[in-house]
Write a protein that binds this ligand. Structure first.
Ligand SMILES: [Zn+2]
Length: 381
């Protein structure tokens, strides 16, 4: 059991001042509205405790790329992310050839059996397949050669290789077999997110009726919102069961649009990084799913200028969102609780009793000072 005295605890929806948090066997046991005064309690009386970040859409960081399907690389990515405050994540692929997706799926299957805490890494929540069943018209920075029609046999192979750890699939409902496949995919325990899609409002609404429950990086790589042709954006805003991913790097969306998404989506707004391997590395040439990417001043683009993921980190996302004038409570919910809920994780992204002991300690400048996973301290600044 560990006990921490901190200046504030964000659960994140409730705030406790000058309080303490007790973690036992990896889970939050209790929160006390006072400071313990004994020698076993750790004193961080000027630090803020919050749940660790949950990133549900991330391709890489620091030179590590999920798409290469290397167990060593994904393990290193998990360790790296943990030190950046991301205590759980969904490694995310782009459209790749079948063999390459099989490779990533098997690695995720193998890693799911390992003891994460022993490795001091971020919790791998499963795999997010972003493609390959998307609309080539809205490919964004996805390799057109790997985009294909929906093939459930293929998906079944990924599910099997990953030992049932395909968590989310981003697909375009308007492609051949798209709408029909949605209930089939959900039956297999995979969450369907609409994205890289030119779907009309009608098709998107039908996809939601059939069980799709998420939208991938809203506004980006989808039909533009028009007041007489509202598309996925209109359908997602309207539907109160749909979680909405957005990228708060202040590049993919203009600031007023970030604010609009947060206002309209409320507790359904899910901040994601969509970060690529170039994140936390200098400007230069990189690669994403077989395409050349150039990073200049931190912005990743294909040679034709198309945005190619981001170099955003969750801690930078926190600062960006905070700079827009939101309360810390609101910002933390966008980075922890709502992402966890969007993939039906009920005991991460929160610090209520019963939640996992995955937490970050921030100083008053909102910098990471300490990180705990399952109640084990894995990082100190
Ligand atoms: Zn992405």
């Amino acid at each position: 059991m560990i006990k921490l005295n901190v200046s504030e605890i964000y659960t994140p929806l409730r705030i406790f001042k000058e309080s303490s948090i007790v973690i036992e066997k990896g889970f939050v046991k209790s929160i006390k509205p006072y400071w313990f005064n004994d020698s076993e309690t750790y004193n961080f009386k000027d630090l803020i405790a919050a749940p660790g970040f949950v990133d549900t859409h991330i391709h890489g960081h620091a030179g590590y790329d999920v798409n290469r399907g290397s167990d060593e690389e994904i393990t290193r990515l998990a360790k790296y992310l943990a030190k950046r405050g991301v205590t759980s994540f969904l490694p995310t692929t782009v459209s790749l050839k079948h063999e390459d997706l099989c490779k990533v799926a098997s690695v995720i299957g193998e890693l799911s059996t390992e003891d994460i805490v022993k490795n001091s890494g971020s919790r791998i929540l499963g795999l997010h397949l972003e493609g390959p069943y998307i609309n080539p018209e809205m490919k964004g920075a996805q390799n057109p050669e790997a985009i294909r029609r929906i093939e459930l046999n293929e998906l079944d192979e990924y599910i099997k290789l990953s030992r049932n750890r395909i968590r989310v699939i981003t697909l375009a409902p308007e492609i051949e077999g798209g709408l029909e496949s949605i209930p089939e995919i959900i039956k297999r325990g995979v969450i369907v997110s609409l994205g890289h899609s030119n779907a009309s409002y009608e098709i998107a609404s039908e996809a939601f009726r059939r069980g799709a429950s998420r939208v991938t990086h809203i506004f980006n790589a989808m039909r533009r919102f028009h007041h007489r042709d509202p598309g996925i954006v209109g359908a997602a805003f309207e539907n109160s069961n749909v979680f909405i991913e957005f990228i708060p790097d202040l590049i993919h969306l203009a600031q007023p649009v970030v604010k609009l998404v947060i206002k309209v989506a409320g507790r359904r707004a899910v901040a994601v990084t969509d970060a690529i391997s170039a994140t936390d590395l200098p400007d230069g040439e990189y690669e994403l799913g077989g395409l050349r990417v150039e990073v200049r001043e931190g912005v990743a683009r294909l040679p034709d200028g198309t945005l190619a993921g981001s170099t955003l980190t969750m801690i930078k996302a926190l600062k960006n969102l905070y700079s827009l004038g939101y309360s810390l409570k609101k910002v933390l919910a966008l980075l922890t609780l709502y992402p966890a809920r969007s993939i039906n994780e009920l005991n991460i992204g929160c610090l209520n009793p019963g939640c996992r002991g995955d937490l970050i300690l921030l100083n008053k400048s909102l910098e990471l000072e300490k990180i705990f996973i399952d109640g084990e301290e894995i990082y100190t600044k």
